[in-house]
Structure formats: C-alpha cells, structure tokens
Design a protein around this ligand. Structure first.
Ligand SMILES: *Cc1c(COP(=O)(O)O)cnc(C)c1O
Length: 449
C-alpha cells in the first residue's frame, strides 16, 4: 500500500484527539515508521525532531535498548493480571522506588493507567478521606485559572482552560477557581516578582479562609501550568499554597503528570519548593513514554483513614482494568534505572544552561511577548502587539503557521494556541538543540514579515 493510501484510510476511519479534522485536508497526519533518540522518521525518509517529547511523555529518547529489553523480559513471563487479590514483583519494586524518590510525606502508591485517572483517584480519595473521618461538608475543591488536570469530567471540573472545558461546564462538580501566578499577565496588575510580594496569592487565602469547611483539597500543577500555556510561576507560590492549605486543613494535591521525572531539572517539580504534598499524581513520563501507567501517591495518614473492618464501609471502591500493568511497570523500572546509571538529570543540567541562554535571544523578535523556561521546558508567547500584549486572534492561527513551517524543516513544534514551546527529553544533545533553536528562530523571525 502506498503512503497516500494509508493516509486516505486514516482519514476514512479515524478521529484524532485535539484535532479539528477539517484541518487534516490541508495538513494530513504524518505516517511515522520508526523513531530513535529525539528523531521520528516518516514513510518518506524525512525526520522530525520530537521537541515536545510525544506529548510530554518521552524522557530518555525513543527506542531505548534498555527499556526494550526490560519489556521483552516481562513478556517471557506474563502480560497482565488483575490487581485485586493478586500482585506482582514489578508493581512492588516500582512502588518501593517511587516512594524512595518522592517527597517524604508520601508512603503509599495507588496505580492506575493514565494521567486523568491518577487525578481522579486523588480527588476521590481526598473526598472520601473527609467522609471517612466524619467531615461530610468538605466536598468542594480549589484549582487555578489556566489549570489542566486531564479530560475526564472529574479532572475537567478542576480545570481552568476555557477553550477545552468551557462547553462542558454544566456537567462539572463545584470547584473554586483562583487566579494563576501568570507573571507576564499578572492577575494582580503588578510588574515583577519578587517586588510584587506575591499579591496574587491573596484570593487563594481568602477562598480558603471563607470556605475551608467546604473544601476537601486544592489541586495544582507545580511550577508549570503546562496545557494552560506553559505558564511558569515562582516556587514561592507553591510554598505559600502548602502553608495555606495546611493552615486551613485542606489537602494539597500536586499534579506532576507533566512535570514529573526530571522535566523541570529536578526529579519532581515540587522539590523546587521543598513541599510535602498530601497527594502526588504521576503518569506521562513514568514509563519514559513507552506504555500507559498512572500512579497516585499519598500519605500514611490518608491511607489509615480507609483502613478498617469491611462492614464500616471505608473501602476505596475505585480501580481500572489495567491498573499496575506488569509490562508498563517493567518499562517504568527500566526508566528509573537509566536515571541512576546515566545520571540523566545531572547530564541534562549542562544542556539546560545552553537551552536557557539561547531562549533569551528570542526576546529580540518583535512578536515574542514573553520568554519563559525551567529545566527542559521553554515557551515563547507570541503577541500581535508587544506594548499592549494583545494576542493573535483565533482566526489568525499564528501557532499553526509556525507548526506547518517547522514540519518542512524537520521539527515537530506543535503549539498551544499562540504559545510556541519546547518540552525536551533529557537525552537532548547540545548540537540537536542548536539546530532546533536556529530553525525556530528563523521561522518566527520570518513570520513577522
Ligand atoms: C496530560 C496531563 C494530564 C492527563 O493525562 P492523560 O494521560 O492525558 O489523561 C493530567 N494532568 C496534567 C498536568 C497533564 O499535563
């Protein structure tokens, strides 16, 4: 079958996620045949640098022999087993290792199979915790504007991205939305951190003060609101959120689905603020982008509130068919081994310094309103008018224009609206980055003409 026939069949039978299928007439999906390191190879022999790590999940590069081997070893034994009444070595090993690298407060691991389910698990556990200890009024949540926690209805109820979630609002449960520490578009109208003294935390304080009796948990993406536009905020805000939730007896759920496993330069982004959350949600990078797996970590205190005689009805009735899939767990263990053996974080640290320095150059382009970065994440916010920060409109599709041009130059540079960003794997080499940033600079520069 020719490539064209494959694509025709794709458009005949499939419906792609986050895609206006009408766009596929002009920009059809690209048929990928193989991948290695940072590169994806298509059926015509072209390659594309995977600058967004296949939707933020790849960590050590594509097609890693060590992870391939671990999966093959598990396949010699068995593929899956139900996780109630049965267990297996991979899940036990992985749970122990996750607890050993996670913030100290966390000692229990509940597995699921993706990021949304890791979040749903945390929300339901928090809600039920308060029921189990007799505080039945605590059934609301707090989330940030621009937050993203997944696409299931529960996760969307605590989401703040109107473009994705606005339509579904009538189906959501109640959650208080507080402003985001989005420094470029400061919600408190200030100019600079730390001179602003973190004014933007006040609405959170007020919300907790007035409603803590009704609030089970606050959920937050630590340091980076990824899908909301790669908004990077000061660690101090996260620290304050922990202080305030502690003060008012509210759980803190830290959603590290996107930031976990080294992306921000630390194993977990929470480490930048040295906080101890009540729940930690993991997925995406956990198997280094190989297989679906989710994990929700929590404290012994939460665990104990569910531990009782069966008839007391404190059991956590929640689970997913592919919970703790042994093949997924084997990939996750192999990925953690690579972190240790290759000192992947330390090595990537050098590349990060170069990456950040090069990103600063983009400030010289007129339509680049803001440049922000942390670890292997970097974002350029394109604006129509720099002085007023007016964004490009939905019809202009500036991001799409950059995306199409980037493909021609061998880059996968999928934007979030007007935000062009990089979400690099830890294996990225300096010379690869050099090419990626040179090309991106050129594309954005040319698009101003
Ligand atoms: C992607 C993402 C999710 C949802 O993960 P899925 O595996 O796509 O369901 C949840 N939280 C954050 C922060 C994410 O970036």
């Amino acid at each position: 079958m020719t490539v064209n026939t494959w694509i025709k069949k794709d458009l005949r039978y499939l419906w792609h996620p986050y895609t206006q299928m009408k766009d596929c007439r002009g920009t059809p999906p690209i048929l990928i045949e193989r991948a290695k390191g940072m590169k994806l190879y298509d059926s015509d022999g072209n390659h594309y640098f995977d600058t967004i790590s296949s939707w933020w999940c790849n960590i050590h590069g594509h097609n890693r022999p060590e992870i391939n081997r671990a999966i093959r070893e598990q396949l010699k034994l068995f593929e899956h087993v139900m996780f109630a009444g049965f267990t297996h070595r991979n899940a036990i090993t992985l749970a122990e290792r996750l607890v050993s690298i996670a913030p100290e407060s966390l000692s229990r691991v509940f597995f699921s199979d993706n990021g949304s389910t890791a979040v749903e698990t945390a929300l339901k556990m928090s809600f039920q915790y308060w029921r189990n200890i007799g505080k039945r009024g605590k059934k609301s949540f707090v989330h940030l504007d621009y937050a993203y926690h997944g696409d299931t209805l529960g996760a969307m109820s605590v989401g703040g991205v109107d473009l994705f979630g606005g339509l579904f609002k009538p189906l959501f449960f109640h959650s208080f939305k507080v402003p985001t520490p989005y420094c470029y578009r400061c919600p408190a109208g200030k100019y600079r951190y730390p001179a602003c003294r973190l004014e933007c935390v006040k609405p959170l304080e007020k919300t907790l003060e007035d409603n803590h009796g009704r609030i089970a948990a606050m959920i937050i993406e630590p340091l980076v609101l990824a899908a909301g536009g790669m908004i990077i905020y000061p660690a101090e805000y996260l620290k304050k959120a922990r202080e305030l939730t502690d003060r008012y007896g509210v759980h803190l759920i830290v959603d590290e689905v996107a930031t976990g496993f080294g992306r921000t330069g630390r194993m977990f982004a929470s480490e930048h603020a040295r906080i101890e959350p009540d729940f930690l949600c993991l997925s995406k990078g956990i198997t280094s982008g190989y297989l679906p797996l989710g994990a929700t970590l929590t404290t012994e205190k939460v665990y104990r509130a569910f531990y009782d005689d069966y008839f007391k009805k404190k059991t956590f009735y929640h689970g997913h068919t592919y919970t703790a899939n042994p093949i997924s767990c084997s990939a996750a263990i192999a990925s953690l081994d690579i972190f240790e053996k290759e000192k992947a974080l330390k090595r990537a640290g050098k590349v990060m310094a170069y990456f950040h320095k090069r990103l600063e150059d983009f400030r010289g382009i007129d339509i680049v309103g803001d440049v922000r970065y942390i670890g292997m994440i970097g974002a350029l916010e394109l604006v129509k008018d720099r002085s007023t920060k007016r964004p490009f409109g939905l019809k202009e599709r500036k991001g799409m224009e950059v995306y199409r041009e980037a493909l021609k130059r061998g880059l996968l540079l999928r934007p979030l609206g007007n935000i062009i960003y990089f979400y690099l794997p830890l294996c990225a080499e300096k010379n690869e980055l050099e090419y990626i940033l040179d090309q991106t600079y050129d594309i954005i520069w040319n698009s101003t003409k």
